[in-house]
Design a protein around this ligand. Structure first.
Ligand SMILES: [Zn+2]
Ligand SMILES: [Zn+2]
Length: 228
């Protein structure tokens, strides 16, 4: 739905929102539409966004919008219909996006950490919904280093459904850092930002999360070994 109120002026609502849009949903794109996003959620609702040939994204032969392409890629392929995220949730999409951007870095770190351990393996989980002790649901990407048949350490990137602009990094299920994604902050305050500067800021954001994870894990590993 397009917003109606700008200051004290009410914009015309004569052109009611319609699903049969003929233009791509990508902001500023004037290309004709060729596909509707195929994502359906737990309740059988289909994403209403429509896309041109340049802006639709294919995952396993299906067409999606940007948000749902990431989710479709990150969901376990055997996920129950009822465990698919609701259409309007931003939390899983943000967790997937940030998870994808730190994935290499996290794996490399865990591999290095496990290199001196017996039978070390890294398990990478699909995006999933988790409910904390507070009862607050979150969506998370998780990586676990296992050695000698035991979990050595788990790290995760999570986004709470109720605070869906804030990314948390978790180590062994405890939150180690909570940060608002910079591109969302820019949008909230309607700032214009230079694309090059924004790319740099994004990278710094991802690196910052990994940095806290690494420092926390490094500090926790000796105790973890003694405890097990
Ligand atoms: Zn387009
Ligand atoms: Zn979609």
């Amino acid at each position: 739905m397009d917003s109606e109120e700008v200051g004290t002026f009410r914009m015309s609502t004569d052109t009611a929102p319609t699903l049969s849009r003929t233009r791509c949903f990508r902001y500023g794109c004037l290309n004709p539409v060729i596909d509707q996003c195929e994502f359906t959620d737990a309740n059988g609702n289909q994403c209403a966004s429509v896309w041109c040939a340049d802006h639709r994204l294919e995952v396993n032969g299906h067409m999606y919008c940007v948000r749902h392409a990431g989710i479709a890629r990150a969901l376990d392929e055997n996920v129950e219909e009822t465990d698919r995220p609701a259409l309007n949730l931003r939390a899983p999409a943000l967790a997937v996006w940030v998870g994808d951007h730190v994935d290499d870095h996290v794996r490399m770190y865990l591999l290095a950490l496990g290199s001196e351990m017996e039978q070390a393996t890294i398990q990478v989980y699909a995006i999933r919904r988790a409910v904390g002790v507070s009862g607050s649901p979150r969506w998370e990407r998780k990586w676990t280093l296992r050695a000698d048949g035991k979990n050595v350490v788990s790290v995760a990137i999570a986004v709470d459904e109720h605070h869906d602009s804030v990314v948390t990094a978790r180590v062994n299920d405890g939150v180690v850092v909570r940060r608002m994604a910079p591109w969302i902050r820019h949008r909230v305050v309607a700032e214009w930002s230079d694309p090059a500067q924004e790319a740099e800021e994004r990278q710094a954001f991802y690196d910052g999360l990994v940095d806290v994870i690494v420092r926390t894990v490094n500090a926790s590993i000796p105790q973890k070994r003694e405890a097990s």
